[in-house]
Design a protein around this ligand. Structure first.
Ligand code: GUN
Length: 300
């Protein structure tokens, strides 16, 4: 049997970034102001610092204005909410991203609720979560959709074409990935099974899947003999492990070496879903800016 075709998220994300840059240039040429993305980081978590910096840098590269707000770890919830209220009212800002996780003394749900749903480029506001949860099959995604799940959908549609009628088994029920992926694939006419830590016979369920999406944060959890020959496996996991000579390397939630000879399509880690998240954030920011300028959502 031939090996799975690798889904090149790095290349797809590069194409998407290019299309976003073109969209930004066209918007500005039409007389609209530059799209503006505000990022907020509370505290100094090193991984979050890297993420926020890369988002700001990419926004600038694509022709957007990027405003980085760094707040100390001792910032109160009231202070953070006041900053969000200011950004909600600032016409130069189209997208507001509050980097998660927040320090424990700040209630995340209060913060997500405070962001104007039209500027919620993460798609985490309950209004946008509700829109996604009640969307009918095939309806346009004319509201912000969480970035990683949107990236998963784009990669699957690019690799497989129509997803209609396919059985997708989703491993993990998080608000960040599992649930929104399920809603997006349901909208694309898949049959959905959402699984989690209490699911019985997970390997048996996976063997029935045309599509497996795994996002549970356990390294190499999905095994080769769980996969139906020819199925598409989308690995959202990013786990840093210590490899040879004390060096670290990234592995996914799926056992790449075991699955490669069985699956029809497989995302590598790194270079699969990862690069899609920030590219989709830029896409969402452009969409928010288009809507602010009275233009319709553009398709990706
Ligand atoms: N932390 C980890 N992933 C994300 C994300 O997609 N958005 C935000 N705001 N924070 C995160």
């Amino acid at each position: 049997m031939t090996d799975a075709k690798l889904i090149d998220g790095k290349a797809f994300a590069a194409g998407l970034r290019h299309r976003v840059a073109k969209g930004v240039a066209e918007l500005v040429a039409s007389g609209a102001p530059k799209p503006g993305l505000a990022t907020i980081l509370v505290g100094a978590d090193p991984a979050s610092q890297v993420y926020v910096r890369s988002k700001g840098k990419l926004a600038a590269e694509l022709g957007m204005a990027s405003l980085d707000h760094r707040l100390g770890a001792e910032t109160t919830e009231a202070e953070l909410l006041a900053l969000i209220a200011k950004l909600n009212g600032d016409p130069a800002i189209n997208g507001i991203l509050v980097q998660l996780p927040l320090p424990k003394h700040i209630e995340t749900s209060h913060v997500l609720l405070a962001v104007d749903p039209a500027k919620d480029v993460d798609g985490f506001h309950p209004v946008n979560v509700g829109r996604l949860g009640s969307i009918v099959a095939g309806a346009p995604l004319d509201f912000p959709v969480p970035c990683t799940p949107l990236g998963v959908l784009m990669l699957l549609q690019d690799a497989l074409g129509s997803l209609s009628g396919r059985h997708a088994v989703i491993i993990g029920r998080s608000n960040l990935v599992g649930r929104p992926v399920a809603q997006l694939l349901l909208r694309a006419d898949c049959t959905i099974t959402i699984t989690h830590s209490r699911t019985r016979d997970l390997p048996g369920l996976c063997r029935q899947a045309d599509i497996v999406v795994v996002a549970i944060g356990k390294r190499e959890f999905v095994r080769g003999d769980w996969i139906k020959p020819g199925a598409a496996v989308i690995d959202v996991g990013i786990n840093r492990i210590v490899a040879e000579a004390g060096k670290t390397r990234l592995v996914g939630d799926a056992d790449f070496a075991e699955i490669l000879p069985v699956a029809g399509y497989l995302t590598p880690v790194p270079g699969g879903v990862g690069p899609m998240t920030v590219a989709c954030l830029m896409f969402n920011t452009l969409q928010a800016a288009r809507r602010a300028a009275g233009l319709p959502f553009a398709s990706a």
